[in-house]
Design a protein around this ligand. Structure first.
Ligand code: HEM
Length: 219
């Protein structure tokens, strides 16, 4: 039987380090979300039992918060240069209605990240920092005034709602709207077609470099 040879072209999107940092942020955030909901919203109190009991959750939540912020700041360090909004990003934002309805015409090509991803990233960074600052006040309440404690409660809840909302959009985009994204964050590579279709400017930058890998597949 004749052996058919196919060539599969993949593009390296995330290094191992970037993926480890991303999943550290994701896992710590999901723990914080579940334990936070358990502690502060009675309908979700049963989550506390799933996570090892209310007393344990109360102790562990702030420490995981510290791990989250450390991972988030490392993420900021490695991706800051790719997250700068440029002129074409502004054009992209103006074309959001067309992007959201699946019309490609008139939507400028994106760099490594599109403007929507960049804005979501800044939202998570700002929310993360405010969650940390307000969380420190709630962690050591006796060290702060009653006014600051009350303000911190409101800020912590508000930022948690914003961060969870941003995560829901992020997961929907990454898993369901833009198919093939998850492979990038799990295996580190995406198909060439994906790279061209969703991040055309980025693809042209890496084209011709070792980021583009050609695999021979036989069947
Ligand atoms: C918990 C489940 C999560 C899933 C399933 C998930 C999935 C993904 C996927 C598939 C990508 C690749 C997108 C691409 O290459 O275009 C990605 C990228 C990224 N993720 Fe997540 N992620 C999660 C949590 C988080 C959290 C909690 C944060 C931050 C607080 C975060 C921040 C980012 C950022 C900044 C990027 C790069 C830009 C972007 O794609 O938005 N992720 N994620």
């Amino acid at each position: 039987m004749a052996v058919r040879e196919r060539r599969r072209v993949l593009v390296r999107r995330y290094s191992l380090f970037e993926r480890v940092v991303h999943w550290a942020v994701a896992i710590t955030f999901v723990y914080l979300m579940l334990s936070g909901l358990a502690l502060f919203w009675p309908p979700f109190f049963w989550f506390a039992h799933v996570l090892g009991g209310p007393a344990l959750v109360r102790i562990v939540h702030p420490y995981v918060g510290i791990a989250f912020i450390v991972a988030l700041l490392v993420m900021l360090g490695i991706w800051a240069k790719d997250m700068v909004l440029d002129r074409l990003d502004i054009e992209w934002l103006k074309a959001v209605p067309r992007y959201a309805t699946g019309q490609e015409e008139g939507v400028p090509e994106s760099g490594r990240f599109n403007a929507g991803q960049k804005l979501l990233f800044y939202t998570q960074i700002v929310a993360g920092i405010l969650l940390l600052l307000s969380g420190i006040v709630l962690w050591f309440p006796m060290q702060f005034t009653a006014g600051l404690r009350q303000a911190s409660f409101i800020i912590h809840d508000l930022m948690a709602i914003i961060a969870i909302g941003a995560l829901i959009v992020h997961i929907y985009m990454g898993l369901f709207y833009i198919r093939g994204s998850l492979q990038g964050m799990v295996e580190g590579v995406v198909s060439r077609a994906w790279a061209r279709a969703h991040h055309g400017r980025w693809y042209r930058q890496v084209e011709g470099t070792s980021a583009v890998i050609t695999e021979e597949a036989h069947d």
